[in-house]
Design a protein around this ligand. Structure first.
Ligand SMILES: Cc1cc2nc3c(=O)[nH]c(=O)nc-3n(C[C@H](O)[C@H](O)[C@H](O)COP(=O)(O)O)c2cc1C
Length: 332
């Protein structure tokens, strides 16, 4: 399939694996890129620019295809050394960066000087337009359904994607709630040039996370996510568990006076315990509503092949079929 996104990034299929804390290691990024999509290493997960450089080198050993690095600009107690991370990315020969959180404006000169294409993840049309204005090459439009940080506007992709299509000139992918061929074809119909998946890629053979995480995704459904940290305007969609229930009770009790320190036990240092140790109640971890559409743990290659084959079937048979004269019942 050819879209402006496959052309921009030099990939075979318009499927991107979004950066994910303690999931986006070289093994998963390389598997996605080898399957013809765009795999992404999560920069800050590596801990230091030197360790990111090593992870990039490992990914080059695992794939000859293009892959990217995610740089997340979220509120943090101490600002990570972003210029050094960008230097490691540039020196590692990576030509694609997914930015997220705050605007990447101040880092655009360095990224562009290194010949890097930037796809910025945005949860609103206004942020997408800003990304376009500051020179981003593409946008990942992240709807309210998404795992992670959906922003504060609460606009689902059924509205957000066509609004982005109305407003943007640069290409964009649909992010949030994407799981299968139906998601991809719907995203294309709504004006996107491909899709970005987070949660779905965790439930794959190659995702380097504890098996308990994959099983938790199989066991959960679309009613099992919760929004946390809304009073802090740092809303995050997470999978419900004992610690999340505890956290929500604290939020209710504190109301508008909530401080991050009130819920630090439920949110700090959680990811290695969940993703590496499989301690599913260690705290709050991101998960999308799309978890309701995850019913198996295929290899990344099987998943991507299935999506592309079924997407072709949907477009050629189901959709064009609606335009045929033959009645639908006769086709069934
Ligand atoms: C476990 C997990 C961790 C994530 N960590 C990050 C992150 O560190 N940086 C980031 O930009 N996005 C992060 N995301 C968001 C994803 O990149 C992607 O935008 C999101 O998962 C899309 O929604 P979906 O889960 O419905 O596919 C994370 C998502 C999940 C599920």
């Amino acid at each position: 399939m050819r879209t402006r996104i496959t052309e921009l990034f030099g990939i075979e299929h318009p499927i991107i694996q979004g950066g994910m804390h303690f999931v986006g290691f070289a093994e998963l990024a390389a598997a996605v890129s080898n399957a013809g999509g765009l795999g992404i290493i999560t920069g800050l997960t590596q801990g230091t620019p030197e360790k990111l450089a090593a992870e990039i080198a490992k990914c080059h050993d695992l794939t000859d295809k293009p892959f990217g690095v995610n740089l997340t600009f979220l509120p943090a107690f101490s600002e990570p050394p972003y210029p050094e991370y960008i230097q490691a990315i540039a020196e590692g020969g990576v030509k694609i960066v997914e930015t997220a959180g705050r605007s990447p404006e101040q880092h655009m000169p360095a990224l562009k000087a290194a010949g890097i294409k930037v796809i910025h993840k945005c949860t609103s049309v206004r942020h997408s337009l800003k990304a376009e204005r500051i020179g981003c090459d593409a946008v990942s439009v992240d709807g309210f359904e998404c795992g992670g940080h959906p922003g504060e506007d609460d606009i689902p992709n059924m509205i957000l994607l066509p609004r982005a299509a109305e407003a943007l000139s640069i290409p964009f992918v649909a992010s949030g709630g994407m799981a299968d061929a139906r998601s991809l074809v719907a995203a294309l119909a709504l004006g996107a040039e491909g899709m970005n998946m987070g949660t779905r890629f965790i439930a794959t053979q190659e995702a380097p996370v504890h098996d308990n995480v994959k099983q938790a995704l199989l066991n959960a459904d679309e009613n099992d996510t919760r929004l946390i940290m809304r009073p802090l305007r740092n809303t995050e969609r997470v999978l419900n568990n004992a610690k999340v229930t505890e956290l929500l009770a604290i939020e209710k009790e504190k109301g508008d006076t909530l401080q991050i320190t009130d819920i630090i036990d439920q949110v700090a240092g959680v990811y290695p315990k969940v993703m590496l140790d499989g301690d599913m109640d260690a705290g709050a971890w991101s998960c999308g509503m799309v978890v309701g559409l995850i019913h198996d743990i295929p290899t990344v290659d099987e998943l991507v092949r299935r999506i592309m084959a079924e997407a072709e079937g949907l477009i050629r048979a189901r959709l064009t079929g609606f335009l045929d004269d033959e009645p639908a019942v006769a086709r069934a």
